[in-house]
Design a protein around this ligand. Structure first.
Ligand code: NAD
Length: 359
């Protein structure tokens, strides 16, 4: 018998499959979009141009200035450019940074977004947005920033460098793991979370072995979709709080920080979220969730220490202070000394101990 729960289904349209980007013109037509701007990063400009060429007259231009954490000036310039071009929507082709720029535009202008994700970050499935102003990243939730249509074409991920593929996959697993103990979780969220972790755990080692393994790329993107859906439907806890602070206040790389922190954050919560940890372990084929993740990360050869990401040792105290500063939902109470210990373990790459409470 399930405990009581609420589930609100607000997912947009999802088109999934190798080569599915070629359905973009029909998808735009079905949405009544006639003059879109393609958003991308400078590094993915060539891909943006390919997408624009596919759209012909339906494309008003390519805007290639998306950068990490959506600086407010970047968003303002993009909104001005879209107004000048008379755009009626955006096609965001890229990772969380590009989709984040589309969300900032949608927040201000209400223009619809069609997303073609090229990483596993999952932003395309959430109503969450972030904007950075004066070095402070403000996040919020508004359904109008959720992409109307998401086209998942695994072929767009073939060129994602293997290292970033693995850390981006770990970033996705983090959404699912925290969704399993979210206070507003429910059976659908948990099903998506466990299956998402299972799919990524199966796919990432194969991508490490062969970056163009079509089946592995497809399974990883499927997992990323499920994990992103969990992020869009469930409140996140200490793991996401830690990563937000380490990324925002210490300028550490997003996916890598998630990768290093996750086993430690799960260890912190383990004794307070037994059922969730069992499901994480089961999805990984391991008896213990945090240890299983740590072993999985070691097997992938991804970064394991905050010290190797550029975190200063003398920043750990400040990070711990920031993590305990404001309340947020988490199965285990947020205790400053234990958080500081967690950060030290993550800094040194020490194996996580489930619970990290004296037992
Ligand atoms: P990213 O979008 O910053 O991409 C990292 C780099 O990889 C960029 O230079 C990009 O051009 C390049 N790249 C992306 N896909 C590629 C591909 N297939 N081939 C070659 N190069 C490629 O990285 P990300 O991890 O996807 O996104 C991180 C950002 O997204 C952060 O700012 C994070 O806060 C945000 N985010 C937001 C949400 C949300 O729900 N709002 C969810 C997850 C992440």
């Amino acid at each position: 018998m399930q405990q009581s729960f609420v589930h609100e289904a607000r997912s947009g349209r999802v088109v999934f499959g190798a080569g599915s980007r070629r359905q973009l013109p029909e998808e735009l037509a079905a949405s009544g979009l006639r003059r879109v701007v393609v958003l991308t990063t400078p590094g993915q400009r060539a891909l943006g141009d390919d997408v624009a060429a596919m759209l012909g007259d339906r494309c008003a231009g390519v805007y290639d200035q998306a950068v990490m954490h959506v600086p407010i000036d970047t968003a303002r310039k993009a909104i001005d450019a879209l107004r000048t071009l008379g755009a009626d929507g955006c096609v965001a082709v890229g990772g969380g940074s590009t989709i984040g720029l589309g969300k900032a535009i949608a927040l201000e202008s209400s223009l619809p977004i069609v997303a073609l994700p090229t990483t596993y970050a999952g932003s395309e499935m959430t109503p969450l947005y972030g904007l950075t102003d004066g070095g402070i990243k403000r996040t919020g939730r508004d359904w109008k920033v959720m992409p109307r249509t998401v086209i998942y074409d695994p072929e767009l991920t073939y060129d994602l460098p293997v290292g970033l593929s693995l850390t981006s996959g770990m970033n996705a697993i983090a959404h699912a793991a925290e969704g399993l103990y979210a206070p507003n979780g429910n059976p659908i969220v948990s099903l998506m979370a466990e299956e998402g972790i299972r799919a990524l755990a199966s796919a990432l080692p194969r991508i490490k072995a062969s970056a163009h393994d079509a089946a592995a790329r497809s399974e990883a993107l499927y997992g990323a979709w499920l994990c992103g859906s969990v992020l869009g439907n469930a409140q996140m806890g200490i793991h996401h709080k830690l990563c937000h602070i380490l990324g925002g206040s210490f300028n550490l790389p997003h996916a890598e920080v998630h990768t290093v922190i996750l086993p430690h954050a799960l260890a912190y919560n383990a004794a307070h979220a037994g059922a969730a940890m069992s499901r994480v372990g089961r999805a990984l084929g391991h008896a213990n969730g945090p240890r299983g993740l740590y072993a999985f990360a070691r097997q992938l050869g991804v970064p394991m220490r905050l010290s190797e990401l550029g975190m200063p040792a003398d920043g750990l105290d400040r990070a711990a202070d920031l993590v305990v500063e404001s309340p947020y939902p988490n199965p285990r109470p947020i205790e400053r000394d234990a958080v500081r210990q967690l950060l030290q373990h993550a800094f040194d790459g020490t194996a996580p101990i489930p619970g990290e409470t004296p037992c």
